[in-house]
Design a protein around this ligand. Structure first.
Ligand code: LLP
Length: 413
């Protein structure tokens, strides 16, 4: 997280003081570092150098147009899960020809839009989806490029809400039945088989389960080859974790090494769909203390960001580092909470902070699954987003206005 550091006693994002950002744009505001995005991308580029690969940034982790545009300029493709995300990729200048489309519930409209934009591949997640896609492609006189997303039944050893490759998860088709489904797909002239896809979970710190899944995918590819089905690519999904607290996080190169070993000698292009590891530690949520409230049992720092801005603590009991932008006074222990009317509305519990009323705090590792999971609960306007680039700061999303929130609502006649 070297792009967020302390200078003259206060926190900076690259060359810009967070205090100045708060003064200019208000709070709560997500602040991203362009250099951090580029450095995370460079980690993948270096680890994959010399191998035929396509990195498809997982748009769901942070879908701001400016972020997508930074990645598009670096030449990435995109992993999308909705027609909305496809529209964002196109609006951000991304190349639809480098888009893979995952998700268990693709609608006909989404399929049509993706076919019309000429996406690279549909990651098909069920048999009925396969037949629906063939029908939609046929009605447009097109062939749909496909991979089956297989569920390898591998335990990724992460939080149960973000495990996806176990038998009990709704994702993908069981790998045991995939071969038969490929044979069925090969008979449909509206489909063109391109690859195999697999994603076992998120915030993974151990490379072994991904390599285990890759071995199962390779075995399937070999079996398909024997039946005359050639594949252009193998897509091993996203998942590499980031450091929120003191987790031992492997370097991108070390995380990918066992996977690359399994794939050694394979001719198919490797696709990866990283999200969190590209953006997670490139963003902080900047917020201001409204009140310091002394309780009988504990003290509360009530800040102007809440679970509607960053849902991860409330939803997964996730831990995010919280730091004073400019420490002041003596250290006390606080539960850092938001204004939302839910006891689950906390950003961090039992944190030792030197804070005064109306001081600023930064909530770290908020670049991934922060803004994209935010909501308007309690009729709270969503935060602004800015991107720092060296000494410059750019507003990349305006703070929502309250009137925007009910603009589409109507009174009864
Ligand atoms: N590909 C597929 C098919 C996925 O489902 C996901 C994430 C990714 C790629 C990107 O995974 P990543 O590299 O970011 O781990 N909201 C949760 C995370 C949900 C992840 C969902 N799928 C959180 O805040 O931890």
């Amino acid at each position: 997280m070297k792009h967020f550091n302390t200078r003259d006693g206060a926190l900076f994002a690259e060359g810009v003081a967070l205090e100045n950002i708060a003064a200019t744009y208000g709070t709560p505001t997500f602040v991203y570092s362009r250099a951090a995005l580029e450095e995370a991308h460079a980690g993948y580029a270096a680890a994959l150098a010399g191998r035929d690969t396509m990195l498809c940034y997982a748009v769901k982790s942070n879908s701001n147009l400016a972020i997508l545009n930074v990645f598009a300029r670096l030449g990435t493709g995109f992993d999308i899960v909705s027609g909305g995300e496809l529209a964002r990729v196109v609006a951000a200048g991304g190349d639809p020809g480098r888009v893979v489309f995952s998700g268990v519930g693709k609608t006909r409209d989404e399929m049509r839009a993706a076919l019309e934009h000429g996406i690279y591949c549909f990651n098909v997640e069920s048999e009925p989806e396969l037949y629906r896609l063939a029908e939609v492609a046929g009605s447009l006189g097109k062939r749909a490029p496909i991979a089956l997303r297989v569920n390898p039944d591998v335990d990724p050893k992460t939080h149960p809400y973000i495990s996806t490759g176990l038998k009990c998860n709704k994702f993908g088709v069981p790998i045991s039945g995939a071969h038969a489904l490929y044979l069925a797909a090969a008979k449909l002239p509206q489909l063109e088989i391109r690859g195999i896809a697999c994603h076992i979970g998120s915030q993974l710190l151990d490379p072994a389960p991904v390599a285990e899944a890759a071995a199962k995918v390779v075995a399937l590819a070999e079996a398909l080859n024997r039946d005359g089905i050639e594949l252009r690519h193998l897509d091993l999904g996203g998942g590499l974790g980031i450091r929120y607290d003191d987790e031992e996080v492997p370097a991108t190169r070390d995380y990918l090494a066992p996977l690359l070993k399994v794939l050694a000698g394979r001719k198919e292009r490797l696709l990866l769909e990283p999200g969190r590891s590209l953006v997670g530690n490139a963003g902080v949520l900047l917020s201001r203390v409204e009140y310091l409230k002394r309780g009988e049992d504990r003290n509360f720092a009530i800040i102007d960001a809440a679970m509607n801005d960053l849902a991860r603590p409330a939803l997964y009991d996730a831990w995010h580092r919280i730091a004073e932008v400019r420490p002041r006074g003596s250290v006390e222990r606080y539960d850092v909470v938001g204004p939302v009317c839910e006891s689950g509305d906390f950003l961090g519990r039992a944190r030792d902070l030197a804070l005064g009323q109306e001081d600023l705090v930064a909530i770290f590792s908020a670049g991934a699954y922060g803004m994209t999971m935010s909501s308007n609960y309690n009729t709270r306007a969503r935060a602004a987003e800015v991107m720092v680039d060296g000494g410059q700061c750019h507003l990349i999303r305006e703070r929502e206005r309250i009137s925007d929130l009910y603009a589409g609502e109507h009174l009864l006649p």
